[in-house]
Design a protein around this ligand. Structure first.
Ligand SMILES: NC(=O)c1ccc[n+]([C@@H]2O[C@H](COP(=O)([O-])OP(=O)(O)OC[C@H]3O[C@@H](n4cnc5c(N)ncnc54)[C@H](OP(=O)(O)O)[C@@H]3O)[C@@H](O)[C@H]2O)c1
Length: 295
């Protein structure tokens, strides 16, 4: 069985990955403070001692608004650490699986983005994630970058948990209708990642190298935050707890925030499906599955 080093085990995605990767490999799973990506020597040491066949990097600096002030930290975690991981993967002949974001785009395209569209991030988080992608691509070796979007979990704060919480505290809600992308349940993203690695088999490095590159991988279809919120309330397993009576559309500009987000960042995932014969289910179906899992 391949030895898999998973970084970021307590994150939305990492928590699910620890479970979905368990049947397909020997998993060493770490997170802060056992390992601090701000300290590259930590990374060298952990890869040197574990000698993994695959490194799965689910860590990231994901505080989008805070990143506007914490440039250096965002760059260190989202760009410098992935770069070092790519170098270590090369050195130890491991495969690297890494995740990036729809926030590398400016949102001006107006139809789902494909992998060859030119990124133009509007915020520091997007810039740091793009720098991470570019560093990995430059180093080469055996790597796969999954660009995903609107990742949610039911166990850490996410858009879904926020909507459920607001609906229990407020009778009227305003949700933006001008942000559009693909909601992605972290459990399904983790399951599909494990499926890809299961196909890679006992010696994943060569297999990954043959298919190396950037792939969009997000829930199928796309929607606005407002329409997603409507589905969250509809699929709520405890609707009697809701006090909300009125759900109104709002504009992103009604809620000024330090970081500018792309308004339209839907991802076209055809390249992933064509290459791996897998897909993430429709965002609405996955939202229902996720909510059922909490009922
Ligand atoms: N969330 C989204 O909507 C979204 C959208 C598109 C793409 N993505 C990408 O998807 C991937 C997974 O995201 P996610 O939502 O699962 O992120 P997440 O929940 O924020 O998890 C990130 C993990 O990284 C850890 N981490 C942060 N700084 C670290 C450090 N210095 N050393 C070690 N670990 C550190 C975090 O620990 P702490 O919790 O202790 O900080 C956390 O466990 C990331 O690459 C992200 O950029 C996310």
């Amino acid at each position: 069985m391949p030895h898999i080093l998973l970084l970021g085990r307590f994150g939305q995605l990492g928590w699910e990955l620890e479970r979905t990767l368990a049947p397909i490999g020997e998993v060493t799973a770490l997170d802060f403070p056992e390992i601090d990506l701000l300290n590259l020597i930590d990374l060298d040491e952990i890869v040197r001692t574990t000698r993994p066949d695959v490194i799965v990097n689910a860590t990231a600096y994901t505080a989008v608004d805070q990143a506007e002030k914490a440039h250096e930290t965002a760059m260190a975690i989202n760009a410098n650490a992935p770069k070092r991981l790519a170098e270590l993967a090369q050195e130890y002949e491991s495969a690297l699986i890494h995740y990036s974001t729809d926030y590398v785009f400016d949102g001006d395209k107006g139809s789902p983005y494909i992998e060859t569209d030119i990124p133009n991030p509007l915020c520091m988080y997007g810039k740091s994630k793009l720098a991470g992608e570019q560093a990995i691509e430059e180093i080469g070796g055996a790597y796969i970058i999954f660009r995903t979007s609107w990742v949610y979990s039911l166990r850490r704060d996410s858009f879904v948990t926020k909507v459920l919480d607001w609906a229990r505290k407020q009778t009227a809600l305003q949700i933006v209708s001008d942000q559009v992308s693909n909601p992605t349940w972290c459990r399904m993203l983790a399951e599909v990642t494990a499926n890809v690695l299961a196909k890679a088999g006992e010696l994943p490095t060569g297999w990954v190298k043959e298919r190396r590159g950037l792939y969009h991988l997000a829930g199928s279809g796309f929607t606005s935050r407002l329409d997603w919120a409507k589905k969250i309330l509809e699929f709520d397993p405890y609707p009697d707890e809701q006090v909300v009576k009125d759900l109104q559309p709002a504009l992103t500009s009604d809620f000024p925030a330090p970081a500018q987000r792309p308004l339209y960042s839907a991802l076209n995932c055809d390249r992933f499906t064509d290459t791996f014969s897998l897909r993430l289910p429709d965002w609405e179906e996955a939202s229902r599955f996720a909510m059922d899992a909490t009922g």
